[in-house]
Every structure is written in C-alpha cells, then in structure tokens.
Design a protein around this ligand. Structure first.
Ligand SMILES: [Cu+2]
Length: 129
C-alpha cells in the first residue's frame, strides 16, 4: 500500500517537472487608441496603447511564444514594430513589406518566439504615428 502511494507521489512530481519545462505562451491584448498625452506641463492628443501613452509593459520569458492580439481602434491603419526583437519577418510589423498593416476595427495577432533577453520597445510603423 505504502509503495503504491509513494509511486503515485513520484509520478505526480515527475508530471509537475515535465509540465514546468513546457514553454507556455504569454498572451496580451493590446488596443491602439486616440489618447490625451499629459506631460505635466501640457496636454496634447496622441496615440497610445490600452488607452494610455506610454502603453503597458509586456513581459516575456526566453523560450516561450509571445502572442499579442492588437486591435486597431483608430480611423486609419496602424502597425506595431517590435524594435530589436529577433522574429519571423511576417511579425516585424512593417506595412506593405512584411504584412499588410492593421485596418481600423481589425485585430492582428503577432506570434513571436522569444529567443533573447533584454529590454526593448515597440512602436507604430505607420505614417507619423
Ligand atoms: Cu523601431
């Protein structure tokens, strides 16, 4: 009886180790919005992410796949370029070259295998956004 119990505990522990080595995707939902940018000295209209500028910090772990759903709430096409990230060219976010851009009301899903560490920034690659 006790042996069976120990076997069960061991199997459970092995299953947990196996699960922890599986790379999971970090998923984010981003909206692109018209926002008011307040510098503290002046206010101006601009474009932000999830209703704010600067937008949120996205955190990923090396070895996982980042999934970022970007919904365009603007009245014009937009895009996101992941500055400095090594990624498949279709995910590079340059409209007319690596993908068609994100039209108003549309959602585009970026899928990025995270193969590096560091701190980077993302920005639009559409017009003067
Ligand atoms: Cu850039």
């Amino acid at each position: 009886m006790k042996t069976n119990y120990l076997k069960g505990v061991l199997a459970g522990a092995l299953a947990m180790v196996a699960l922890s080595t599986v790379s999971r995707a970090a998923t984010y939902d981003l909206t692109v919005d018209y926002v008011t940018i307040d510098t503290g000295e002046s206010k101006t209209k601009g474009i932000g992410y999830n209703g704010a500028s600067p937008g949120p910090t996205l955190r990923f772990k090396e070895g996982e796949e980042a999934v970022i759903n970007v919904t365009n709430n603007l009245k014009e096409a937009t895009s996101i370029h992941w500055h400095g990230l090594i990624l498949p060219y279709q995910m590079d976010g340059v409209p007319g070259i690596s993908f068609p851009g994100i039209e108003p009301g549309e959602t585009f899903t970026y899928r990025i295998p995270v193969t590096q560490s560091g701190t980077y920034w993302f920005h639009s690659h559409s017009g003067f956004q």
